[in-house]
Design a protein around this ligand. Structure first.
Ligand code: KIV
Length: 281
């Protein structure tokens, strides 16, 4: 099983690694069996699974349902659960209790928090009680209203200096890794160089130690123009639409179901009976 120590070793040995989001049992199993070392149950599920315009409406209850499903599907990957908006900002006590639920009840191995100075104390406390923390700086979607939209961060010298200082503070507080989202490649390279812990980039260029993409973006399930940082490795939206249309056409023309999909009342054999019983036939 991949652990936080392995993730540190990846950086120490100069091995770039991939993280992907996962939100359900079957996709977690597929990604895990494909050897993806880190699966993130991201609060992006609010947008790609639940249809919200931002991640802000995502609740602990939402996270728990999806995190539990992912932990049932994965065997090898390090599982990281996102702390949703307002699950860690109100008090350190509440943050510890909510992070504890993701670990204890949902089977996550670590949690991820967004933000810099404001989450340093929580990061220290969680680390102290044995909950590994992945930080998240740059374009932090839970700050969408403060950022005035989903905008690249760290473009000015002052912003870049602040992100670098926050990154150092999170490392000091015990974070085991750091997501850098939507920042210029030069800044991501500088932070990656400055930190001992691994950085994981999304829209942060090639210099980070790891990369992360959202499952639905990577597979082409999200449609329309993809953000610049997304690479689509498949076009599943088109493939699903093609399959659904073919199925509907087969039903309309009587091609489906065919004789091979039918159960019979006579001529049964013990082997056939066993197979039919498996499917409730
Ligand atoms: O919620 C999420 O999926 C994330 C990744 C994009 C890093 O935070």
């Amino acid at each position: 099983m991949t652990t936080v120590l392995d993730v540190q070793r990846f950086k120490d040995e100069g091995r770039h690694f991939a993280m992907l989001t996962a939100y359900d049992f079957l996709s977690a199993r597929i990604l895990d069996e494909a050897g993806i070392p880190i699966l993130l149950v991201g609060d992006s599920l609010g947008m790609v699974m639940l249809g919200h315009p931002t991640t802000l409406p995502v609740t602990m209850d939402d996270m728990m349902v999806h995190a539990k499903a992912v932990s049932r599907g994965a065997r090898q990957a390090l599982l990281v659960g996102d702390m949703p908006f307002m699950s860690y900002q109100v008090s350190t006590e509440q943050a510890v209790a909510n992070a504890g639920r993701l670990i204890q009840e949902a089977g996550m191995h670590a949690v991820k928090l967004e933000g810099g100075g404001g989450v340093v104390e929580v990061t220290r406390k969680l680390t102290e009680v044995g909950i590994p923390v992945m930080g998240h700086l740059g374009l932090t979607p839970q700050f969408v209203h403060q950022m005035g939209g989903f905008k690249v961060q760290g473009k000015t010298d002052a912003q870049a200096a602040k992100i670098l200082a926050d990154a150092r503070a999170l490392e000091q507080a015990g974070a085991f890794s750091l997501v850098l989202e939507g920042v210029p490649s030069k800044l991501a390279a500088e932070i990656t160089q400055a930190l001992r812990i691994p950085t994981i980039g999304i829209g942060a260029g090639p210099a980070t130690d790891g990369q992360v993409l959202v499952f639905h973006d990577m597979l082409g399930l999200t449609t329309g123009k993809a953000p610049k940082f997304v690479k689509r490795y498949a076009n599943l939206a088109e493939e699903i639409a093609r399959a659904a249309t073919a199925y509907a056409e087969d039903v309309r023309t009587g091609k489906f179901p065919g004789p091979e999909h039918e159960y019979s009342t006579n001529g049964s054999t013990p082997a056939k009976d066993r197979e039919e019983a498996r499917y409730g036939g």
